[in-house]
Design a binder for this molecule. Sequence first.
Ligand SMILES: NC(=O)c1ccc[n+]([C@@H]2O[C@H](COP(=O)([O-])OP(=O)(O)OC[C@H]3O[C@@H](n4cnc5c(N)ncnc54)[C@H](O)[C@@H]3O)[C@@H](O)[C@H]2O)c1
Length: 283
Amino acid sequence: MTTILVIGSGAMGRQIGMAAAVAGFTTTVRDVDPGAVTAAETDMRGWLDGRVAKGRLSAEQAADAGGRIRFTTELEEPAAHADLVIEAATEKLDVKRAIFTDLDRLTPDHAILATNSSTLGSSAVADATGRPDRVCNLHFFNPALVMRAVENVRNEHTSDETVATVSAVVRALGKSPVLLTREVPGFVANRLLAAVRNEALELYADGVASFEDIDVAARDALGHPMGPFELMDLVGIDVSYLIRQAAFEQSGDPQDLPHPLVTAKYEAGEYGRKTGKGWYDHD
Ligand SMILES: NC(=O)c1ccc[n+]([C@@H]2O[C@H](COP(=O)([O-])OP(=O)(O)OC[C@H]3O[C@@H](n4cnc5c(N)ncnc54)[C@H](O)[C@@H]3O)[C@@H](O)[C@H]2O)c1
């Protein structure tokens, strides 16, 4: 495993690509949108310069990493040399299935095809390929250059060899693999997060404590870097709402519906930092 192809140069793909290049992998980041390619490349130069300015990378290490990565709209040539593909394209099933069909045709037989999807298990794309044993989820967290855990989720056909190879790559990236033996909605980390968020909302709705004090408990008793209400404001209350709404539409289980307090904020357009008001005022 020396050559990685990342599909999609958006928020996740560009950072996964940069992490791979810094770790020594020959890396290509491919996007269909030339604007996204240019933006990702500019972002990478700025990030590498910042690392050098902070003394985290030498000028030589930054130059080497920059030399190992390219951003492009081309697919055929980089796919022909890929050992591992990490797909981080738009979260739409038809888009992802078309990508996996192309990758199956264009990559060498030994190549592993992984999806970074947060909501789609790799079984949803594995059958678009002739190699379901070499398909899995490789789920990075945002921002991928900073967050160390990567969830490696098996589908029912993923081979032990694929799991072992992908885990070794994750360690080579300086990150910690979290192996899931099967696909469950939300995987592990986001389920833990959702459980804390739900409990926080219930405690607040029951009048047990203010939302500010619940955040204090999460920070100063549990050591979380921020409380669940602060985190909702950061990520976007609209995002929390839409994820739960999508989960409900998939399962039909009323337990999956957004919490009424989240729905009220969503309907009031109070999304958090992005709108200046959520749980907190951000003006
Ligand atoms: N944003 C997050 O916090 C986060 C965290 C973990 C995982 N993910 C997952 O990562 C994936 C990407 O999310 P994102 O936030 O980076 O999205 P994004 O919208 O920032 O970027 C997606 C990119 O994919 C490109 N794209 C679309 N079709 C393509 C194709 N056929 N070939 C190549 N590129 C194509 C788009 O042009 C866009 O630049 C999604 O599957 C998402 O579930 C996101």
